[in-house]
Design a protein around this ligand. Structure first.
Ligand SMILES: [Zn+2]
Length: 93
């Protein structure tokens, strides 16, 4: 099942809910949606780019995080929204 975390981090505990998802789905996939026409980047949950969501990244969920345990589902979402994802080179996704 896809879960999308998007919004101001304080709003409805957005950032906390994102963190909880990560802790509950350590083997999942996270698509980091980027602005400016850049293709989104696909990560494993435990990639240091997306986990933990550090407090200094106050705007962490302003850019949507599309999360699922099913890689195909995340890649499908990405393609439907205009881009095949770029694979992160840090987390061996
Ligand atoms: Zn990564």
């Amino acid at each position: 099942m896809l879960t999308i975390f998007e919004g101001v981090p304080d709003q409805e505990g957005m950032l906390d809910r994102y963190r909880t998802w990560c802790e509950q789905n350590p083997h999942g996939y996270i698509l980091n949606v980027r602005g400016g026409g850049a293709p989104p980047m696909l990560h494993r949950t435990k990639c240091s780019h997306v986990f933990p969501a550090r407090p200094e990244y106050g705007d962490f969920t302003k850019k949507p995080k599309v999360c699922s345990t099913d890689r195909r589902e995340v890649e499908g979402w990405s393609s439907q929204h205009g881009h095949a994802p770029v694979l992160c080179s840090s987390c061996d996704v």
